[in-house]
Ligand binder design. Sequence first.
Ligand SMILES: [Fe+2]
Length: 320
Amino acid sequence: MIQRFDQIVVDLPEPNGPNPAAAAAIQELMGGKFGEMSTLMNYTFQSFNFRGREKYRPFYDLICNIAAEEYSHIEAVSAAINLLLSGATPRADRNKPFGEDAASKKKQSANKKKYGDANPAPLSDPVTQFYRYHFATSAQAALPFDSMGNPWNGSYVTCTGNLKLDLLHNFFLECGARAGKSRVYEMSNDPTARAMCGYLLVRGGVHIVAYAKALEKLSGVPVGGVLPIPDVSNRKFPEARKLEEEQGLHTIMWKWCPEDTYTQLNEIWNGPHPEDGQELVVRDEMPPAFPWPEFAEEPQLCAPGEIDPEMLNYYAAKLT
Ligand SMILES: [Fe+2]
């Protein structure tokens, strides 16, 4: 079972302004093959299908616990996309009579003043945006698609049932995810995009090390010796460096469960971090959390939409 909290795991700053191109790039971190939906669903299904749970309890605990954390990552990616798309088109309300359609000259000029020249096509800008799903099928919002509009799909889930193979896959998946995060980071210097990427680089780094350690425990092979993959340190990204140096976020395995659950995590998550030697710790608590950012209404997309009395009066007058 799972419990939800109306909070978000990363404190995202306001964007510099609407940035549909950055939002489209970030979609890769949501619904791409190596995106957060993939990590979430891979570990979720592996935990559902885990056989020999009692014998391999530390590995089961690890996969379950990381699966839970991944939910907070799809939330973080969604929030960043929504923030970057807020105000991306003029907030003119199609339901309001404005411009030359208004009943009187006075109303025409009042509406012109309020809505500018947005009538009749407040959504004309997105015609030139390549990622039109953000405007045509959603109200400037996150979608379970990649950066090219391909929907996430279940074939991205590897759940062979062989523990060594699944852990090896998870290690590979997290390394691929890390490459994606560092590339998206370089695609935009917007503070929202970079805060989100920086956070995910650090926490994804924890998952890479965790799966490397799990493989080491299971096979005796020192997988951690090949880290980092790709071989650029998180410390090169200022937002990630801050979280590591000031909060030690790269050394902490949070527990996303009650106290008496997943109690054998520390059999895998222990010892020194392979990059800086700091001691790895399991914290018997959820991570610090923050309120969800506010997403303003977007009336030009009828989001969330409401019956506008002015619009009803306008059409009633036209019909009589
Ligand atoms: Fe993640």
